[in-house]
Ligand binder design. Structure first.
Ligand code: PHE
Length: 338
């Protein structure tokens, strides 16, 4: 009987079931009440008791194989579509499926990185959950500075918060690298602000940092002029207004000539001909020393800009909330932009 069983296993394995009729034939031949397997099970009852264990085992294997073969073939037959019956021309070209688009923030971030990478800047990153040292203290924020206040900062624990700016990445880089340093640090930042067309509780910044011997304010100005022209067009002008940041001295805010009215005055620049796009300055010697960089030997500049702000200018977006609402009517408009 064992021989018969092994012979049958081979036979079943060799069976080809490629149509519903063949499946039915298979079922009748092996699995039905009048099929071969049932006969074998009848025969099994008559064999000597000491053979039952061994033969029974093989008999069960055979049964399992036959059933599996049948089930699999049936499943395959059900899933396969008969194209002739459905009258489909499978040689026709397929329907084009719609591809997605990059988010405007990603498009502008890449463009900014691209402009600066052409003059030697590389990208650095840092964590969004920051400690007080990297977000504030090392950047020269006095202990009672209002930016540390609960109203501006999302605190997680006592000394741990969501970073309020990408300047924290400056510190992380300076702590770990020796000058010359020339990095660009993009990232999401968080501030506890009421959400409106002009403010959000999270947005994106790009920070720039350059540290070397003899870096001057003139280098900063020239770099930013190059950036403004690459970003907004060759005819763009810049102006620097004195400002204050704890971590730069001197500090400035930079305006570009309004890309829409070319400086004549329009509703986007509110008639002034200028729009503010970033904060910058020479890295405060205290900040260098906090990162164990010799401030007598090295100087450097830093700048930071909001990516949303640049995107709003570039694409004339009037409401900041559009960038985070995932409204396809808005996002689809960026399909053609790389
Ligand atoms: N971190 C500043 C801000 O968030 C911007 C800035 C960066 C200013 C670097 C000067 C130098 O407003």
């Amino acid at each position: 009987m064992l021989e018969k069983i092994s012979h049958l296993i081979q036979e079943i394995e060799a069976e080809l079931i490629d149509s519903a009729e063949k499946a039915e034939q298979f079922r009748l031949k092996y699995l039905s009440k009048k099929g071969i397997l049932n006969d074998l099970f009848e025969e099994f009852k008559t064999i000597a008791n000491e053979q039952k264990k061994e033969v029974g085992k093989h008999l069960n294997i055979l049964k399992q194989k036959a059933q599996e073969k049948f089930d699999l073939a049936k499943e395959n037959l059900e899933n396969s579509v008969n194209t002739e019956e459905l009258n489909i021309d499978v040689t026709l070209p397929g329907e084009p499926f719609s591809i997605g688009s990059h988010h405007p923030i990603s498009i502008v971030r890449r463009e900014i990185i691209d402009v600066f990478s052409r003059i030697g800047f590389t990208v650095a990153e840092g964590p969004e959950i920051e400690d007080d040292w990297h977000n504030f203290t090392s950047l020269n924020f006095p202990p009672d500075h209002p930016a540390r206040d609960m109203q501006d900062t999302f605190f997680i624990e006592d000394e741990i918060a969501l970073r309020t700016h990408t300047s924290s990445i400056q510190i992380r880089v300076m702590e770990n690298q020796k000058p010359p340093i020339r990095i660009l640090a993009p990232g999401r930042v968080y501030r506890n602000e009421a959400i409106s067309a002009r403010a959000h509780c999270f947005f994106h910044q790009i920070e720039g940092l350059y540290i070397d011997e003899n870096v001057s304010f003139a280098d900063l100005k020239q770099t930013l002029l190059y950036f403004a022209k690459e970003m907004f067009g060759e005819e763009t002008n810049i102006r620097l207004r004195p400002s204050y940041f704890p971590f730069t001295e001197p500090s400035a805010e930079m305006d570009v000539s309004c890309p829409f009215c070319k400086g004549k005055g329009c509703n986007i620049c509110k008639g002034s001909g200028w729009v503010e796009i970033l904060g910058c300055g020479m890295v405060d010697p205290n900040v260098l020393e906090n990162c164990s960089i010799d401030s007598k030997k090295y100087t450097g500049y830093a700048f930071g800009m909001g990516i949303e702000r640049i995107s709003m200018l570039k694409y004339q977006v009037k409401d900041l909330r559009l960038f985070s609402e995932n409204d396809l009517r808005f996002l689809n408009q960026f399909k053609s932009v790389l």
